[in-house]
Write a protein that binds this ligand. Structure first.
Ligand SMILES: NC(=O)c1ccc[n+]([C@@H]2O[C@H](COP(=O)([O-])OP(=O)(O)OC[C@H]3O[C@@H](n4cnc5c(N)ncnc54)[C@H](OP(=O)(O)O)[C@@H]3O)[C@@H](O)[C@H]2O)c1
Length: 277
């Protein structure tokens, strides 16, 4: 049976992704009442996706497809893309949210982890968007919400690959948005600052302490704020969204600071006492 709307979310097993699923479900119920909707949940952790699926179907009666997939695996993505390319609905939303980081100097980074970051943060986002766009262009309304980061505003030593991958996400989103301006597809990049999700634990290298840069705490934004702001922005066809006033302010300051000054600030960051092994 065909559904009025289809929502595809990557990285739906935890953090922002799971919250996006629940918030979008509420929005659809509020906006379209008892219409039938389909959710497609993607991540590696099948058990977590299943429990979210159960919640969505019990609470709202929505159809939910759980598609476990390692987005860093090209062959697994090929199978996934075939499934996604067949989806058709009047109202469609793709939330490219899956992502990972790596705290530490690039010279001591693991090449395999770097490859996975490239594949998940950039390649999968591009491939999923490309696979779904033909159907999205035929829909009555369609939305692509790409989860970037405040880190996209600035080259960040000890977070170099991650920040660069998010520059890709914002640049790609801006260009795609212009290309699709005369279609029903709205494209938005949401750029959160730090939030309490599973992200930090995944990004922390083995054996490294949880100690944080002191001023980082000030930037923390709640998951609810990130998800609500992101959804609001894409539904209102805004190009970019910085959840919370402090993150907007931080982005504004970085963007309006001369590059030579930013280089000076970043070079004087606190260095680790122990050299990279
Ligand atoms: N939290 C922050 O401070 C922060 C700030 C700015 C931007 N972001 C961005 O927000 C997005 C969501 O992250 P989060 O904060 O919610 O962190 P999270 O709790 O660690 O969630 C990351 C999600 O990505 C999925 N994922 C990771 N690697 C994957 C792979 N190889 N294949 C498929 N799915 C994969 C994870 O699922 P499985 O492990 O089950 O596969 C999980 O659902 C990311 O793009 C991140 O860069 C986070």
């Amino acid at each position: 049976m065909s559904c009025f709307s289809t929502v595809v979310i990557t990285g739906a097993s935890s953090g922002f992704g799971a919250a996006f699923a629940l918030r979008t479900a509420e929005y659809l119920r509020r906006t379209f009442g008892e219409q039938k909707h389909r959710f497609v949940l993607i991540a590696r952790s099948e058990d977590k996706l299943q429990s979210l699926a159960t919640e969505l179907s019990n609470r709202y009666g929505y159809e939910v497809d759980v598609l476990p997939c390692d987005l860093a695996d090209g062959a697994a993505r090929t199978t996934l893309l075939k499934n996604l390319a067949n989806l058709r609905s009047e109202w469609m939303m793709l939330i490219n949210n899956a992502g990972l980081g790596d705290y530490g100097e690039f010279c001591s980074s693991e090449p395999e982890r770097n490859r996975r970051m490239i594949e998940v943060n950039m390649t999968a986002l591009v491939e999923l968007t490309r696979a779904m766009l033909p159907a999205m262009q035929e829909a009555h309304q369609a939305y692509v919400l790409n989860v970037a980061s405040l880190a996209a505003e600035l080259a960040i030593p000890d977070f170099a690959m991650y920040a660069a991958s998010k520059v890709f996400v914002t640049s790609f989103s801006e260009a795609l948005r212009i290309e699709l301006a005369h279609t029903p597809v709205h494209v938005t990049a949401v750029c959160p600052g730090p939030s309490h999700t599973g992200f930090g634990d995944v990004a922390r290298r083995t054996g490294k302490s949880k100690k944080e840069v002191p001023f980082r705490k000030w930037f923390y934004t709640s998951v609810d704020c990130v998800v609500d702001s992101g959804l609001k922005a894409v539904l209102r066809n805004k190009p970019r969204c910085y959840p919370s006033l402090k993150i907007r302010l931080a982005a504004f300051l970085v963007r309006n600071t001369p590059l030579c000054l930013l280089r000076l600030v970043m070079s004087s960051r606190p260095r680790r006492a122990v050299p990279a092994e």
